[in-house]
Design a protein around this ligand. Structure first.
Ligand code: C2E
Ligand code: MG
Ligand code: MG
Ligand code: MG
Length: 286
């Protein structure tokens, strides 16, 4: 408390603060306008079956090209949307757009990131049901990804929300596993359909023996609970081979394809069908 008060007092005299706040306000305003006028877009990154290297799905990732500033990372504007009350409308836009687009690719599963602010809303499952109905997409083809941070803070509510979502037929995945403080003990009781191993862990797989062993143990644990595991952030063939060996059934990363436009995903699917329907061809990155 004393420390907090001290920090608050100090910031009062920080000359850079006005400028910071002004910049943040401007960013928030621009984001609000972008959401209202539909200026956000979605990119889609392929998810690859580890055995066949065939695409099994895509992850929708929101993109914002801020006028006069260029592209802003979702790691920057999602937290701002969270604290400024914009996350509901942003999340709804993303979900609706992803579900609409999913209809173009009947053979793919479509993953959508859900932030804590959306998930916390008791009406979240209701609006998911509404969007599914509106867009007429099959619930089983949609996976909602939630991050572990929220789950740890609100285990009881998380469990309830997951139950309601699963009752709708959508899948629920735990994103960024291993990046924070996930308690292994939680995993079984939450009923996640899938776990995604964070890129920060995958990165070190061929560098450090200890990291490799930890990673291997993490995947083995998920698998012992019968939860399928995706490895995210695969950039090299070595990483792909290792993660596959450890038991990941799904791979995602620049090696297989960067986030790309919906049109490029469609092209990629056509090219695969035309060339070799059951080929093991790797996807070209866009
Ligand atoms: P995430 O859900 O873990 O998504 C994976 C991030 O890793 C994406 O970054 C993706 O572009 C990046 N990535 C994938 N493969 C590789 C790789 O091989 N190498 C490297 N260096 N990076 C890779 P992006 O699109 O910048 O998104 C960052 C985070 O922002 C996401 O992490 C997610 O937490 C959040 N986010 C993105 N879109 C949405 C959204 O529509 N809604 C919400 N709530 N959050 C979103
Ligand atoms: Mg994700
Ligand atoms: Mg992730
Ligand atoms: Mg991640």
């Amino acid at each position: 408390k004393a420390k907090e008060a001290g920090r608050a007092r100090m910031t009062l005299y920080d000359p850079s603060m006005d400028a910071d706040r002004e910049q943040r306000n401007a960013l928030e305003l621009d984001l609000r306008m972008a959401i209202e006028s539909g200026d956000l877009t979605l990119a889609y990154q392929p998810l690859i079956d580890a055995a066949s290297y065939a695409p099994t799905g895509v992850e929708a990732l929101v993109r914002w090209n801020r006028p006069g500033h260029g592209p802003i990372s979702p790691e920057v504007f999602i937290p701002i949307a969270e604290t400024s009350g914009l996350i509901e409308s942003l999340g709804l836009f993303v979900l609706r757009k992803a579900c609409e687009t999913a209809k173009q690719w009947p053979e793919l599963n479509v993953s959508v990131n859900v932030s804590p602010g959306q998930f916390r809303n008791p009406a979240f499952a209701d609006y998911v049901r509404y969007v599914l109905k509106q867009t007429e997409v099959e619930a089983g083809r949609i996976t909602l990804e939630i991050t572990e941070g929220y789950m740890i803070q609100n285990p009881q509510r998380t469990r309830q929300s997951i139950e309601r979502l699963k009752a709708l037929g959508v899948k629920v995945a735990l994103d960024d596993f291993g990046s924070g403080f996930s308690s292994i003990g939680y995993l079984r009781q939450f009923g996640f359909d899938r776990i995604k191993i964070d890129r920060s862990l995958v990165m070190g797989v061929n560098e450090d023996k200890r990291q490799r062993e930890m990673l291997q143990a993490t995947v083995a644990l998920a698998r012992s609970l019968d939860i399928p595991v995706t490895a995210e952030g695969i950039e090299t063939e070595e990483q792909a081979i290792a993660m596959r060996l450890f038991g990941c059934d799904c791979l995602q990363g620049y090696l297989f394809g960067k986030p790309m436009t919906a049109d490029l995903i469609t092209e990629m699917l056509h090219a695969r069908h035309a060339a070799e329907p059951e080929g093991r061809r790797r996807l070209g990155a866009a």
